[in-house]
Design a protein around this ligand. Sequence first.
Ligand code: SF4
Ligand code: SF4
Length: 391
Amino acid sequence: MKIVLKSETVRIASTLAAFFMALPLGLKGLTGIFVWTSPFIMLNSIIILKSFVVLNLLGTAVLLVVIFKNRFFCRYMCPAGFCCDKISGISRTKVSIHKKMPAVGSWLALISLAAAFAGIPLLILLDPLAIFHGTFSILSGDLSFVTILSLSGFPLLLAVNYIFPDIWCSRICPLGGLQDLLTDIRRRTSRLIRRKPQESDPYSPARRFFLASGLGLISGFVLPKLISPSRSQYIRPPASVEPATFNTLCIRCGNCIKSCPTNIITNHTDYSDLTSWMTPEINFGDGYCLETCNLCSSVCPTGSITHFSPDAKKIIFMGSAVVNYKECLLAHNKECDRCMAACKYNAVKIVPASRLLLMTPEIDQKKCVGCGACAVICPTSAINMIPPLAV
Ligand code: SF4
Ligand code: SF4
């Protein structure tokens, strides 16, 4: 009884911690840090990017623990699982048809990881922490019916668990399935070493591994060819991976949006490009990308925004500034050099215009990283920010 109480206390504490870190509270580098503890997100990310950052140690530590303590994450850490358990507990529904449903979580985990080897983290959005954080990212963006609907995965999960108690954790969750799979592999390996007979299982791990991995690999190779790449281009946060990978790797957790000190990252809500729906894009309003900041890259748990140091910013090209000369005060024989003064990368110079006695701002695209400082300061909005120009 004592142990049950202890586990319940840890679960409540974990759920509260995840909840506060998911809110737009200006927690800087701690924003959404809970997402980093998911081994499923961590594995998908490092397979796709073939890189490992320090915070991936959180997911790795959990991965090592679950090998020896099955469902450790579910029992002590998962905020989505805790809420699903509570909802299932109060459910009065008599529906039991789902109890005959086979547990597909470990299949889903294997399919997603195999597809990641082929270039797409197919089912990463099914991670329970992605679903949990996605819903809270509604609070950091513009509220509209469609955005609320599209980020309502967590309430939906609770509703499904109310109708079909325990269905998510025991049957579907790929993170739960990954833990079952790892424990199963550990048990079988230990029996093999101790030369004990294996437990009978109609789907032996080898067979399951072969089938699910094959399915994942085929999906990973075929799906990108079926989905035509979008022609639209947006300004993404600095050091974002290329668009096709970005759209599939980004779990729409909103960490980058919540962490940005100048509030220039917003959700992409262009109906004409649904593959990018709710991914982050840059919209310079009154702010620009600070030359000393790397927060969005520090809090992104998937590496969609690859980690960079502020020192590297002068070589990270997130966009390009272009001048509409007709709108510039200099074209009207008035004095101004605000854009040149605002540029921290020395990319703007005031030079003689082709027309006699007039001056004009000239942007050196080899130096312009697209931070938006000049566009924001321009009193006549004569500078537009566009996706990076190839130079
Ligand atoms: S690096 Fe730029 S876009 Fe990213 S959080 Fe900082 S100011 Fe915002
Ligand atoms: S880019 Fe990274 S931090 Fe931003 S929403 Fe996507 S996964 Fe989250």
